[in-house]
Every structure is written in structure tokens, then in C-alpha cells.
Design a protein around this ligand. Sequence first.
Ligand SMILES: [Ca+2]
Ligand SMILES: [Ca+2]
Ligand SMILES: [Ca+2]
Length: 125
Amino acid sequence: MKALTPLKPAALLVASLLALGTAQAQNAARQSPLTPEHFAALDRNNSGGVSKEEYETFMRESFQKMDKNGDNRLTPAETSDVLTAEQFAVVDANKDGTITLDEFIEHVMRDFDRYDYDKDGQLKP
Ligand SMILES: [Ca+2]
Ligand SMILES: [Ca+2]
Ligand SMILES: [Ca+2]
């Protein structure tokens, strides 16, 4: 169990990002939903914005960390400390009870596009 400890922050970050995506956006002000903690983790090259590539890379790494048995599918058990049953169901697009990498990436990149209000391919603080 101890070995899993370093993975927690990334997992929690994913959970909060997915929570943003599944909560009905009340972003009337159109402000970035990302917190400074999100930016610190996502903006790898410190450019002041998070590119699609950075976002996708982070999400792919997070998927691999959550996929504890390495079968490229997330089960409710593997994500129980990250996703609520409701969030899991939203990401599991074909409702087969597992989240594939494709389902995961499609979901999170749709969120990215939604947050990218000015459509310049970058999320900014
Ligand atoms: Ca960047
Ligand atoms: Ca798995
Ligand atoms: Ca599925």
C-alpha cells in the first residue's frame, strides 16, 4: 500500500478535473476552472498555459497509474478512490462497466475543448 502513496496527488488531480467536467458548468464568467495546483502539474514546460499535448500526456500517465493491473481498462475497483460511481458512469461511454483508454481520453479532451474558451489550444490561468 505504501508504494501507492506518491501516485495520490496525480490521482486526486484527475478526480478534481473529472469533477469539473461532470459538474454542470456554471462558468458564466468563463474563467479557467483550473486551480494553481492543476497548472503546476499540467504546464510541464512552464509556458503559462496548458497545451492539448500537455493535457493529454498528463491524462495518459494518470490512466496508467490508475490501471493497477495494466490491462488498459479501468474498473470501478481500480478507480474507487478517484472517481465516484456517477463519474465512472459518465466516462464509461459504452456502459460496459470498464473505462478504456480511448473512452478516458475522449472524455477528458472534450473537457479540454470546453475549457478552452478562446479556442487557441491552450488553457490559461
Ligand atoms: Ca505549457
Ligand atoms: Ca485495469
Ligand atoms: Ca466502456
